[in-house]
Every structure is written in C-alpha cells, then in structure tokens.
Design a protein around this ligand. Structure first.
Ligand code: 87F
Length: 942
C-alpha cells in the first residue's frame, strides 16, 4: 500500500497496486496479476472502494488519476514516459488537438513503433508501470477522438497487453475479438489460470456505475439544478458513478444508460462566451463552429477556469448544460448539438461529475429555455467522419436557420495554387499513403498531400529529431547533428583564410547591457528569456539568456580596441541561442533554442566592413549551394526588413517548392557605427584621430537542416546531398541459404575498405536481426545517397548492385578497383543533379509582375515574384502590399489566419537581389506607380 502525496484536485485517493507492482518497484512480471485497488473519496463525501483488474482497466484509471492529481512527473522516471505524459496530458485535459500536437503525438507513436518492432517493452525488459501509463494515455487521447494513427495505437495497445499476458483488447471488429479470445483460451490457458481476474478485465471496468439517486434524498434536494428540473415537471433519472473526466469515458462505462454529452465552455474575445452541449463523439472544431454560428473574426478558445466558476458556478470537469441556470446575467450563449435529438435520453452532469442526469433531449432544451437562454441548434459532425455533407467544416448547418440558429455561410473552397499543409483533421487520413499502416516503418504521409505531417514524420523516422518535453525544444540526434558538424567543419576551414578567429563568450547577459542599444532589442524584447532565480532565491537582477551576442561581445571589444593596429578584429563563435518564440514551433525552422554560428567583426572603414559582409554572405551561399544543394538568391533587405540595430542587412533566400514559400537562409549585417557608439568603442586612426569602428555581424543556424529536409526529401524519406550526408554509401548483404553472413561478410568488408580508402563515408550493415527489406527501407528513410546490395549472384560474379537514392535508379557494377573512383565521381554527380533539379524547380516559380492585379494570384501559385519597386525606403507602401495581399489571399481561400500560425499568406519582400534584371528607364513601381528604382523579390515565406 502506498499513498500518493500532493494536492488532490478533485478527489483524494489512496491507491495500491497489488502483486509485484508497487510504486517503489513499478514492474509487472509477465503473467502476473495486475490489480489496482483504489479508495476513492470524492468532494461530495462519497468513499468508494474500486478494484481495477487488467492492464487496460488499470491504465485507464491511472490516467484519470494522473489528470486529477496532475501526476505528470509521477513515479515513472523514464524520459520517454515523461515526454509522452507532457505531450498527451494536455490533450486529455480537454485541450484541443491542434495540428502541431497531432504531429508530435503521431511522432511519439512512431517512436513507440520502434519498440514494438523490437518486441520489447518500452522502458525495460519487463512490462512496467510506465507501459500502463502510456497505454492509458493513448487510450484517453483516442477516446477524445484525436486524429491519430489508429492502426498503430491499437497494435501498440494490444502488444503491450499481450506481453503482459492479458486478454488482447481488440477494438476493431467483433469477429477479431472472437478470434483472439479463442487463441487466448486455447493457447494460454495456464497463464490465464495464473491470472484469473484478468479475464474479466474490459475497458468498461475503468469506471463504475454506483446507483441511482432518489428525488427524495437530501443530496438530490440540495442540488439547485435538480430542484429546478423537478419544478419543470420533467421526467428524469440521476445516476451516481465514479467521477468521470470526459464524456467518452462516461460513454464507455455508463453507455447503457443512454447518450452522454460533452460540454465545452468557450470564450471568444469579440463574441463572448458560449456553452456548447454536443454528442460525446461530436467533432467540436471551433473554427467550423464559429463559421456555423456566422461569427466573423472569431478565435474561440476554452474559457479560463475562473469564468466557469463566475458564470456557470461549476468546476472544470463537471460542466453540463444545466449549469446555464447560474448565468443570471445572460452572458453565455447556449449551443446545442441537434444530433442529440435523435436519442431517447441524453445524459449530462448536474454540476458534479460523479452524477449524471438523463432526460429527453427536448426536455433538456426546455430546461435551458426556462432559464431565459435561447438555444442555438447546430448539427455537429462526428469525429473522424468524412465531412461529406459539409466539405469545408465539421458541421452541417443546413437546418440551423429552421431551428432558430444564426446560420453561417459556407466557406469558400481554396482555389488552385500551392497546397498549404493540411490543417487538423483535414483529410489527413486521405493524405496517408495507401497501405502505409501495414508497415509500421513506412512514412505515413505524402509530401505533396500533407506537407507538415510529412515533415514531422520524416525527421523522426530518419532519426534526425527526437521530441522533448519543453515546447519548441528538440533533441538533435546524430543523424542531424552530423550534418551540422559537416557544415561547421566546412565553415571553419574558410574562417582561417578570412582572418576570422574562433572564440566563446558567456551565454548570459545583464539587463543593462542587453537593453543598452534600444533599437536593437526593441522589437525582439518579448522573445528574450530571463533567469530570475537560483534555487528558491530571487537573483538580485534578472539575467537574460543570449538571443544573439552583440551586447555580450561588444563591451569586450571596447577593452580590446584602442588603436587602428587592433583592427580588424574578427571573431566567430559557435553556440546556442534562445529566442522564446510564441508562434507554433517547427523543428529546425522555428525553435526556442537553436544552434548557430555568429561572426562579429570590427573594421577601420565602412568599405572593409562591407567587404566582410559580402564575404560572409558568400560563405552562406556556399553552405546552401555547395553543401546542401539548394540554390539561394542573395540580396539586400529593404529598410523595413533589415536588422534595426544595424545599417544594412544582406540575406540569402531559399525556396521550398512543395509549400511555394521562401525561407531566409542566413543574414549578414553591416552594423555601421551604431553599436560602437553605444558601447563606447573607439580607436586612434592612422592620423592620430579618434574614430569609431565599423562593425559587422553574420549568422547561419540549424535551420539549414530543416530547409534541406523540406527541399530534397520525398515520399520515402530524406534524400541527403552527398556533401553533408553522414554516410554516403551503405552496403547491405542479401544472405540466403546458399550464402551466409560468414561468406558475404569479408566480401562486403573488402568493398567497404576500398570505398573508404577513396574518402567515401561507408557503412556495412551486417545486423542479423533485420532483413534486407527492412534495411533498404531504413537507409532510404535516412536518405543515404547510395546503397550497395550484395547477393549470392553478385558474390559469384565479383559484382554488386548500386542503387541511387535521389532518382531510384539501379545498376550492376563490377566490385573491382574501379568501383571506388566511380562512386566518388557519382557523389559529385548526384550533388550537382540534386542542385540542378531544385534550381530548375525554383526558376520555374520565379516570375516578374508589373501590375498589382497579378500579385496575389502569383503568390497563390507558390511563385516568387520580382516586381519593379519605388525604393527600399518605402516602408509604408511595403506594409500595405503585405496587408493587402494577405486580405486578398484570405478572401480567395475563404480561410482565416491564426495569429500563432508560423506562416502567413501575406506576400513579403524577401530581398532586393544583387543580381538585378534590366530596369528600363521609366519603368513604374508595380504598386505605387512611381518611377521604379530597383527590382524587389517577394513571396510567401516561413
Ligand atoms: C531576439 C531577441 C533579442 C534577432 C533577437 O542576424 C535580440 C535579437 O538582435 C536580435 N533576434 N536579433 C538580430 C540578430 C542580429 C545578428 N546577430 C549576429 C544576426 C546574425 C548573427
């Protein structure tokens, strides 16, 4: 027996796990009986002894405990459990599953699949408490109707269950259940005998119906909602049960009573408060809801808990339609799911989640109307159902007007152009590759159909990224970090000849220094992360974590620079920086901590500083074009887009064909004398006069890796440019009865040695636990440029088969001495071909536009647009183009833009390209009609 400490939110619980499972030694031995006994005391004073038997029941109960007691840390220590909990618990707490979280969740499942394939438990060689927890969490999320990889969930769930020697829980088809049951009864009789209680375990046993409440009881009479119900002479029954936290949970264990409702209390800044009562499995997508209600500019969110108390006099988890009774000042609008009308009885909580009251739906409406609230009826769709009746949203509003609701117009269908990443629930299933579920290792999404999901999938399955339990922070696994190392080595080799020295500065900066250069930090201030405590004590002054190092380095520059002989001072630092982004994070592209190189230099003249700026930019071109095989356009930023603390900013811009978006690859700034003045840096020039140095700063980040993935990857996974690929060749032996590893091994190793001697990065994959098909798939997903297959016939013929990742071609080659130079040459050929392919695609999407009317349509086609422009200083006009193109873009697509969304449909200036097309005299600016001074490059961007 062990008791959980910590402040119980809704219940006080004494919990014990019998058999070998206890909180201090949380292990389940296969075959052991897993029983969890809980003494459950609710706020209303009920004490219930409940026993849960079987993995499923324990997991489900433990999940509800985790939620109620906020046990995110819990007794389980494995980091994967923690991250699972961090990803999943917010979802089970009623937060909506947005696109990002869905992808995190799916990626988590993908990593779970790895364990499945290895046929191991998640945390150790035995089933653990953590297995139970994660199993329960997945179940809980699934119950909430999250769009997840159903096949994988069920398989994982069942695998864990079967490994713990419990009945398989098959949720799909009735026949299957029978089949499995037979199997268990026939084959595992002994084990069943060892765990007799397990046989009785079903998901339904996680919660329990306890009884019904008499209208004559004191409890009933003390409940204001029920007494009001009685006063309406409405026929109803009220049942007691273990506290339930979701309607899905209730439907599971109390579904025999009738249809349970889910209730959502929403707040919209512009339109106020809404209480929504819908079927437990309704798709309550808030965007679609807002549309159906005809609300313009709405951004509905879960209302904060204090408003629940204030307006509905109820605690989170206990909301029901009858709570509208408390809304005396009619601040809350009531929305009712019309599909509930088809049920004889609908159940909801009368202000507490261990009671459910059932009545005819018409009577529930009567109750709400009796409180003076109008009932807006909307027909909600079902989670996961194909939205046939209403293609753009979850709801069918056809009968809304007839039922007195404020019907919304049907949103327009997006027109043509580039495909945006799919939003939550939006045909994600359709976008999944057919048959993908059959192989757990396959990528689940197609690049062209669900780009965002594809990206999340690919970076996890290729083992580049592992998710972490702090939003916006990711683990860079060796497969991505080695790419970063390649970039570092290449870059460092260029630093020496340019006279740039390496250095390292502290990551902390005092407030006074960070804020010394006001222009510099102004727009960035919200992103600065501060350390305010050490242990329990407050620091005397908060200390910022570097978002960039100008203000950290330049006070030292002041000490080091006094004469022209100290110049130029050129330093480069490799480090991490922290920028606390609020927009949705994306691994590599937008992360709260990222790695970069930052160069900082000081020069005697503006010209020297300018030269340095261009030299750095040329290196960035090299990183993208020569290493990553991605063409970039170099140019100046306009006044509006340049770094405010500096004098002039240059950039190199890459293009992602699948999304039709540009992405800033790296920047190099001429800082002028601004920072010199602020940090009091000066030197005596050759004429003995005091002067302020001209400074530069320039940086490139781990974003590079994300761009590489997005640009080159395909439906099979990564496609690595040979220059940065951690491995360039993988050798896979195809063993058979005729030829064993022992025979093929030395042959493959010989090939490996020859290739390595030619400078190639090679692996011989001699793992016996995986078959060749698995290995092909694995290395394809990781994007290794060349795979060499060696089968029995190759062995006999002293040959091998060479397969190319970037174009899927194969050729048989002799494995003689010519193979190594041949493949070394191939690496260069592949590198070039990959670059050319992407450049052609980019150039096909580079258009010139002379008139405003052609601007947004071209953005919609995913084009980069060159326009004549009145000049880099026209900031106001630039802003107008951005705003107008956003408005036009949204109107044409019928969409709305979420502020937190990391990408916008607006067209932005990317740069004034160095490489300027001819601009005949008298050419007009495409927007203002003034005389054009230059060509500007525009596009939608990341
Ligand atoms: C975020 C918070 C605080 C960008 C920030 O581009 C300050 C900043 O100064 C900030 N985000 N920047 C501009 C960085 C300029 C510059 N620094 C050296 C670079 C390249 C490397």
């Amino acid at each position: 027996m062990a008791s959980l400490t910590g402040p119980p939110a809704l219940t006080s619980v004494v919990l014990s796990l019998t058999t070998l499972l206890s909180l201090s030694a949380p292990k389940v031995t296969p075959g052991a009986k897993l029983t969890l006994t809980a003494s459950h005391k609710s706020l209303s004073g009920f004490t219930t002894e409940v026993t849960f038997t079987g993995l499923d029941a324990c997991a489900r109960y433990y999940t509800s405990l985790s939620r109620a007691l906020d046990l995110t840390g819990g007794p389980q220590s494995e980091s994967w459990t923690l991250s699972a909990a961090n990803v999943l618990l917010p979802l089970t707490k009623g937060k909506s599953l947005d696109e990002y979280k869905a992808s995190v969740f799916n990626n988590f499942l993908a990593s779970v699949d790895g364990h499945l394939l290895g046929e191991t438990y998640l945390g150790s060689s035995e089933g653990s408490y953590a297995d139970v927890l994660v199993c329960g969490l997945i179940k809980a999320v699934k119950d909430k109707g999250a769009e997840v990889q159903g096949e994988n969930v069920i398989r994982w769930y069942n695998t864990v269950a079967s490994m713990l020697k419990y009945d398989l829980i098959v949720e799909k088809k009735e026949e299957k259940k029978e089949e499995k049951k037979g199997k268990v009864e026939g084959g595992k009789k002994d084990k069943k005998a060892a765990a007799p209680a397990a046989a009785a375990a079903t998901p339904a046993s996680a919660g329990a119906l306890l009884g019904s409440l008499s209208p004559d009881s004191d409890d009933y009479k003390q409940n204001g909602l029920l007494t009001h119900l009685t006063s309406l002479s409405v026929a109803s029954t009220t049942h007691t049960h273990t506290a339930a936290f979701t309607s899905d949970e209730l439907q599971n264990f109390a579904g025999s009573l009738g249809q349970h409702c889910k209730n959502i209390f929403l707040k919209d800044k512009k339109h106020g408060l809404f209480l929504v009562t819908a079927a437990h499995d309704a798709d309550t997508n808030t965007k679609a809801l807002a549309k159906s209600l005809g609300l313009t500019g709405a951004n509905m969110r879960m209302a904060p808990e204090d408003l629940l108390g204030k307006h509905l006099d109820v605690k989170k988890g206990s909301v029901g339609p009858m709570c509208i009774f408390a809304d005396k000042d009619k601040a809350v609008r009531f929305v009712f799911d019309a599909t509930l009308l088809k049920h004889d009885k609908v159940f909801s909580h009368p202000g507490r989640n261990d009671w459910s009251t059932g009545m005819a739906p018409a009577d529930l409406i009567k109750f709400v109307e009796s409180t003076g609230h109008e009932v807006t009826q909307i027909e909600f769709g079902t989670k996961g159902a194909a939205p046939a009746a209403s293609p753009a949203g979850a709801f069918d509003t056809a009968n809304v007007a007839a039922k007195g609701g404020k019907g919304g117009k049907q949103p327009k269908q997006p027109k043509g152009g580039k495909q945006e990443p799919k939003k939550k629930g939006e045909s994600q299933k359709k976008a999944k590759k057919e048959g993908a579920a059959d192989t757990l290792l396959a990528l689940q999404y197609k690049k062209n159909e669900a780009f965002a999901e594809w990206y999340s999938d690919v970076i996890v399955l290729s083992e580049m990224i592992h998710y972490y339990n702090i939003s916006g922070c990711y683990i860079l696994r060796p497969w991505s970090f080695k790419v970063w190392e390649k970039i570092q080595r290449w870059f460092d080799a260029k630093m020496g000849p340019l006279g740039v020295d390496p250095a390292y500065f502290p990551m902390f900066v005092s407030k006074s220094r960070l804020e010394k250069e006001k222009d510099h930090v102004e727009g960035f201030a919200p992103e600065v992360a501060w350390v305010t405590k050490s242990g329990d004590g407050d620091l005397a002054e908060p200390i910022a974590i570097r978002p960039t190092s100008e203000t950290i380095m330049y006070p030292a520059f002041k000490d080091w620079i006094s004469s022209h002989r100290d110049l130029p001072l050129k330093l480069n630092q490799w480090s991490n920086v922290v920028r606390w982004e609020f927009k949705n994070p994306t691994p590599f592209l937008r992360t709260r901590e990222f790695l970069w190189q930052e160069g900082h230099t000081a020069h005697a003249t503006l010209e020297e500083a300018d030269e340095m700026v261009m030299q750095a930019l040329e290196l960035y071109r090299g990183v993208y074009e020569d290493l990553l095989a991605i063409p970039v356009i170099r140019g100046y930023k306009t006044e509006k887009e340049r770094f405010a603390g500096g004098y002039m900013t240059t950039t190199c811009e890459a293009y992602v064909p699948t999304s039709g978006r540009a992405i800033q690859g790296a920047t190099s700034h001429n800082l002028g004398q601004n920072f010199g003045k602020m940090f009091d840096i000066s030197f005596q020039d050759k004429d003995g006069k005091q002067a302020i140095p001209w400074q530069t700063s320039w940086g490139i980040t781990t974003r590079t890796i994300g761009v590489m993935v997005m640009v080159h990857g395909d439906d099979q996974g990564l496609v690595m440019p040979p220059a940065v690929s951690p491995l360039q060749v993988v050798i896979v032996p195809i063993v058979s009865k005729k030829v064993s590893y022992d025979t093929l091994g030395p042959y493959c190793e010989e090939i490996q040695a020859k290739l390595e001697a030619a400078g190639l990065r090679v692996k011989y994959d001699d793992r016996t636990i995986y078959n060749p098909g698995w290995k092909f798939n694995h290395w394809e997903q990781k994007g290794v440029p060349v795979r060499i297959e060696v089968g029995p016939r190759d062995f006999d013929n002293k040959a091998c088969r060479v397969c190319y990742r970037y174009n899927g071609e194969k050729e048989d080659k002799s494995a003689d001495d010519a193979l190594a130079p041949f493949l070394a040459g191939k690496m260069e050929e592949i590198q070039k071909a990959m670059f050319e392919k992407v450049k052609n695609e980019r150039d096909d999407h580079l258009v010139k536009v002379h008139e405003w009317k052609d601007f947004t349509p071209n953005l919609e086609k995913g084009n980069l647009i060159l326009t004549p422009w009145c000049g880099p200083e026209f900031q106001q006009e630039e802003e107008e183009v951005k705003d107008k193109s956003k408005a036009e873009g949204l109107e044409r697509s019928g969409g709305e833009e979420d502020e937190r969304c990391a990408v916008s449909v607006a067209g932005k200036t990317l740069c004034i390209p160095f490489d300027q097309p001819d601009l005949p005299e008298g050419t007009k600016c495409f927007y203002t009609g003034k005389v054009a001074k230059c060509w500007v490059l525009w596009g939608r961007s990341y």
